[in-house]
Design a protein around this ligand. Structure first.
Ligand SMILES: Cc1cc2nc3c(=O)[nH]c(=O)nc-3n(C[C@H](O)[C@H](O)[C@H](O)COP(=O)(O)OP(=O)(O)OC[C@H]3O[C@@H](n4cnc5c(N)ncnc54)[C@H](O)[C@@H]3O)c2cc1C
Length: 617
């Protein structure tokens, strides 16, 4: 068996055969790259993930981040790994060369992130630093770029995203952290933040916090928030480090997982000596922070994918090795068979495999769409790709992260009792993965973003056009032998989904304005099912055409010879497996989605109508 983290063949399939990302290289922006270069990048990334990041992740679960006397000590090996990561150019692969990047397409970075996210605590250093520096690149003054962005992109300093306060989680607009204008144009920052990832650590010499705070006198709510660059150590004009900036770490959380990642509580300006530097204009905080949050949402979604992939491959490996019970096909009480031969295990494995492949294509497509905005020929095309990314972000964040918890649990199930013990890493996958459904906006918040903002973009046209564009693949599937039934099921579910915006509006209009709030999470689940099934259908059409060509080339004309070829030939086995993933999803998952959509349309409001006391007296 190949890698236990990701299926390299499927990654190459999605990138080069489904999305055909090598065609991006024909364009000026990416003309220095080629398919071969991309393959080399992917191979290097996998080596780094397997040899350094994954072992460090297992170690970090046991030798977790430690808090002592206001200082945080990271898992041994983290600092060295971070330096190697930076030296490898992995921190800024997509940035322009003038600022130390390599100008690589986002879609390739997305694929490398699926590998690197096998160590999410480590990748928090990377992502938060990169994404905070990106804000400074986009909104900072030239001096801010020189003083902060450069050492962050250079890997000397790290970054954070400091939004959450004790009373302000999902409802970030009620934050109490204050900024007080100083005569020199800077601000005193006073207040407390909680749950701040990497708010204190020993991996880098300085930490640059991106802090949301309200300038005295500014209005309440999110519209009154501004964003500040608040370094742990002040920075002198020549870039050297100055005095401590009165930011104190008062503790770290004790969590069910993600133990290597310090989740800190920070006190800003206890001695009135914490200075912040405004980024952009006053009261633009949320608009600017949203840029970071959108990128972070995609990253967290990719972490969900990474958990699903590693869970699946660990379960598959175990199912091939573990012998229990006799064969259903050829019962022999004296002969135990590997558990992969049991139908129920196969069902669980194919559920995981199909989702992993479909979500991979969905997430990579998002990266690809971002690249298309960068190479678009006109503004209309740029905006079209940009809106597609906006539409997909809540699905890409919430759907894979929810599946991450589910499939980590399924992987434990397939390991039986051993899965529940710490001998195998799958129990860690499950403990770690839950938080992905919580931070960067909970699943419920993503669902409301999809239902209230994204489905209504351009009066619903963005969503309607996206769904209508899926018909082409169903039509291509119609022409393949044995596919008509599957293409019809796909159209049926997709068409039912397309009616949801008007169904929600109808219920809301009929005196139940709360109805879309009640159904937002089921809407996101159903939308995720349909989007994933489209990517699977697309992949299966490409795979089946290739498989038929391979059968022809190898002279496998009848079904017996074709079965034989699939047994003997790795490429035929892969392509056949790709086709089966799509069939399984469309035939086994979409009929359930039909039921979910039916329930959304049905009109039940009991959860809203149940009086608070009736939930439990
Ligand atoms: C390990 C970890 C790392 C973190 N890292 C960071 C970080 O680096 N920076 C940072 O700023 N924050 C960070 N956070 C905080 C995280 O972003 C918040 O926990 C998250 O936004 C949810 O806020 P909350 O915990 O206050 O939950 P709440 O907002 O209290 O939500 C509780 C429940 O109510 C639901 N809910 C809330 N409001 C609504 C609504 N209007 N409608 C429907 N349902 C609603 C939520 O979906 C959730 O299910 C981190 C958290 C953890 C656990």
């Amino acid at each position: 068996m190949g890698s236990m983290l990701v299926d390299e063949r499927d990654i190459r399939f999605v990138l080069f055969e489904q999305l055909k990302v090598q065609e991006l290289c024909g364009n000026g922006k990416f003309s220095e790259f080629s398919g071969e270069v991309f393959e080399m990048v992917l191979a290097e990334a996998l080596k780094f993930a397997e040899n350094i990041l994954f072992p460090l992740n297992i170690k970090g679960d046991k030798e977790s981040a430690r808090f002592e006397d206001g200082k945080v000590y990271s898992t041994p090996g983290t600092k060295e790994a971070y330096q190697r990561f930076v030296e490898g150019g992995w921190l800024t692969p997509c940035e322009d060369e003038e600022i130390g990047g390599q100008g690589m397409p986002h879609v390739i970075m997305t694929a490398t992130h699926e590998m690197f996210f096998v160590n999410f605590p480590f990748m928090c250093y990377v992502n938060l630093t990169h994404d905070a520096a990106k804000l400074i690149e986009l909104y900072g003054t030239d001096e801010q770029k020189r003083l902060y962005m450069e050492p962050m992109y250079g890997g000397q300093w790290t970054g954070t995203m400091a939004l959450t306060e004790a009373g302000a989680g999902s409802d970030v607009g009620v934050g109490k952290c204050k900024a007080i204008r100083k005569p020199d144009g800077t601000y005193f920052i006073v207040g407390s933040k909680i749950f701040i990832t990497n708010g204190e650590h020993d991996v880098a010499e300085n930490i640059v916090h991106m802090v949301l705070a309200r300038i005295e006198g500014d209005p309440p709510g999110t519209k009154g928030l501004s964003i500040f660059i608040v370094p742990k150590y002040r920075v002198n004009k020549d870039g050297s480090l100055g005095e401590h900036n009165d930011i104190n770490c008062v503790g770290i959380e004790h969590k069910m997982g993600l133990n290597a990642s310090p989740t800190t509580s920070l006190a800003f300006g206890e001695n009135r000596k914490c200075t912040g530097y405004i980024l952009g204009q006053e009261r633009e905080g949320i608009k600017i922070m949203f840029h970071m949050m959108n990128v972070s949402r995609l990253e967290v979604g990719m972490w969900g994918q990474s958990v699903c992939s590693a869970s699946y491959l660990h379960a598959l490996n175990y199912a091939r090795e573990r012998e229990q019970g006799m064969s259903v096909a050829k019962p022999d009480p004296l002969k135990q068979v590997p558990i992969i031969e049991h139908p129920d295990i196969r069902r669980q494995l194919l559920t995981m495999k199909a989702h992993v492949e479909g979500m991979r294509a969905m997430l990579y497509y998002c990266g690809y769409a971002m690249d298309r905005t960068g190479v678009a020929e006109d503004d209309e095309e740029r905006q079209r790709w940009g809106r597609l990314v906006d539409l997909l972000i809540p699905i890409c964040k919430a759907y894979p992260t929810e599946k991450g918890v589910l499939f980590a649990s399924d992987a434990i199930q397939i390991h039986g009792g051993y899965g529940y013990s710490s001998e195998y890493p799958v129990e860690q996958f499950m403990r770690d993965s839950k938080v992905a459904c919580i931070f960067e906006g909970t699943t419920g918040i993503q669902a409301m973003d999809l239902t209230f903002r994204k489905l209504g973009m351009k009066k619903g046209k963005v969503f309607a056009d996206f769904l209508a564009g899926m018909d082409e693949m169903a039509d291509r599937a119609d022409r393949l032998s044995g596919w008509k039934k599957y293409a019809d099921q796909f159209r049926k579910t997709k068409n039912a989904l397309s009616e949801i915006p008007s169904v929600l509006a109808e219920h809301a209009g009929k005196g139940t304005p709360v109805y879309p709030f009640l159904k937002a999470t089921p809407v996101l689940e159903a939308a995720g099912d349909v989007v994933v099934s489209w990517f699977l259908l697309w992949g299966a059409v490409v795979a089946q055409e290739k498989l038929e060509a391979l059968f022809l080339e190898k002279g496998a004309e009848d079904s017996a010879r074709q079965e034989e070829l699939i047994k003997e030939n790795a490429e035929a086995a892969y392509l056949a497996g790709k086709v089966q993933s799509a069939r399984f999803f469309i035939g086994g998952v979409l009929p359930v989605t039909d039921g979910k959509i039916e329930a959304i349309k049905w009109g039940d409001c009991s959860a809203w109508e149940t009086q608070d006391r009736s939930f439990g007296v």
